[in-house]
Design a protein around this ligand. Sequence first.
Ligand code: NAD
Ligand code: UD1
Length: 674
Amino acid sequence: MSEQYILVTGGAGYIGSHTVIELIQNGYKVVIVDNLINSSFDAVSRIEFIVGEKVPFFNVDLKDEKSLTKVFETYSIKSVIHFAALKAVGESTKIPLDYYDNNVNGTITLLKVMNNVNVKTIVFSSSATVYGDATRFENMIPIPEHCPNDPTNPYGKTKYVIEQIIHDLYNSDPEWRAAILRYFNPIGAHPSGLIGEDPLGIPNNLLPYLAQVAIGRREKLSIFGNDYNSHDGTPIRDYIHVVDLAKGHIASLSYLNNLESNKGLFREWNLGTGKGSTVFDVYHAFSKAVGRDLPYEVVGRRAGDVLDLTANPTRANTELEWFAEKSIEDACKDLWRWTTKNPFGFQLDNYKWTIFGEIEGNRLHTVDLDGFKVSITNYGATIQNIELNGDKLVLGFDNLESYQSSSNPFFGATVGRYANRIGNGGFTIDGKSFKTEINESENKTLHGGSQGFDKKQWLGPIVLKEDDNSVSLSFKYIDPNGSNGFPSDLETIVKYIVSPKNTLTIDFESQIVGNNGDVTALNLTNHSYFTLGDDVIDEYQVELSTPKYLALDSNQLPTGETKKLDSTSFKFGSQQFDDDFIINEANELLDTRSQDLKTLVNISSSSHSIKVSSTEPAFQLYTGDGIFVGEFKSRAGFAVEPSRPVNAINSSNAKQVILRKGETYGSKIQYEFA
Ligand code: NAD
Ligand code: UD1
């Protein structure tokens, strides 16, 4: 592999995840190694969602030399940013051997493997904790890098020892390049609100604790002493936004990379703002972000706390040309956004995932709201199962291979880039012709071609609890320019909202991204086949909201005429439908989500019913006559596919399916079960 990667150890953790995002957004390729001892894979899938690409991930313990070596053999790694460590000060005093073993031995193994494969550039996460109590000297506040070290707890000592080990390694082999970054107090979260700190148990640090008070998980903040010699009596710290901190890693990495060839380096840099804030300063800033004064009580001093730990960041400012830019107010706003979106961090009741199939990283995500259960997989952002009180209401396979097979009749899939049929082998926009892949007779492209959205691995999901106790799962896929013949890079987000009212809502949104084109044809839907408890659909009662459907020629393309059913209320019986019903002939909207959801059809059996609504101008009704796959027979289920009319791109009303750069395509579908 020619492309060079940065290995990030501990990349699923708090600071690591923010740094991975900054690295990728600055053009670096990243591999993550993390044993998830203090983090969750959800952080990795959220990173991927934010940056819009897969990030290779290895669940490996740093102490496992063999597995770590394999990572270096699999990817061409140029340098390492080393975050992985245990970091709780209090815990380290109780289980010091675990801390030395994990942090020191883990680092020794990493350095040995790096040496073996001749990777000799490392950025190491150290801490201001190595200085110990800098107030023991005169004139050492703000703290410069030459302040003597004297860590006061096992955690801090592991950092100190590791610094020494790396220094000794550099002394033995001056080709090594090591940046020792001593962080002051990292706070805040990613401005997207999707990534942040997720402390397990009772938080020790000030802002994570305050955040839990604000969200109602803790009663009040204990302020550890107001009898210090500061403007309000509480201790002073140098709080730095985690995104600024992440950027410090990029600055130090590029500093190391820009050294003259054959030149090594071992150098320490403080990463801090240089500005001290008291506990009350932080308390007020966070209360302001939340919009109310949070409950607190002043209690006695905490053992080991000192008056003032403020950085002198001059060395990083001048040598790395790095400055902290964000304020504690910015950090408090971002932390509050993260907290309100994720009150329990990455943990969510009612949601779990499992590995699904052999594709790396493919998972099956299940939300269970008191008997209403929905499972969706990354492959095709596909609905694999919908269950109401134990009864399955949608057709789905129990293995990934069946979804990958060409005989899969689009079970549950997200269909794109162009749902339904395109005639004429393609389309013309602004006088420019595009040929799309022919995968049906007579020059037709069905459902976007053989490798459409249904055959792609979607990123994410971002799983969030919504205000009404619904759970949403958002998946993202960036379809490259030229895919199945469609022009432009296209980013699509499909958001599923599972609600306790037994409804599943799907929100589609697409935009053109990148610089590889500025227009595309687009039509999206979901292709679930519903079953209401019977082996075949014949006894199901149908109530359509419109009798109007498009007349088709022998080629299944619209003639331009419309027809009407005699009745909108009937049993399927033996009738076959593969027809496009029209709700709004005059639609010109590209984003229909401004419209109210409109009922399209109610279908019921003796045991269950489904109501399908959408904002879309048409829907395909298909009686599943062509299903012959695995255990599923013809007419085992029916599909209702709300979308734009079939072949609209080659019609006089193509406006609704032409997306241009800067515009947004959108639509909404809702299934309500009983
Ligand atoms: P974190 O716990 O969120 O992240 C550390 C990550 O390392 C976790 O994802 C954990 O699962 C992983 N990890 C731990 N041991 C591992 C092992 N043996 N093998 C593989 N993975 C392992 O912590 P963080 O706050 O992001 O801290 C990152 C680094 O920064 C740590 O080295 C920490 O000591 C240092 N640091 C943190 C702070 C702070 O306040 N957060 C301050 C100064 C220094
Ligand atoms: C702690 C760690 C340090 C680590 C740093 C950043 C200790 C002794 N040191 O530093 O190694 O680098 O976190 O993660 O644990 N406070 C309260 N009430 C609370 C919590 C904190 O009043 O519930 C006060 C503390 O007294 C302190 C300030 O808030 O003055 C910040 O505390 P904290 O977030 O724990 O960080 P540090 O103690 O600076």
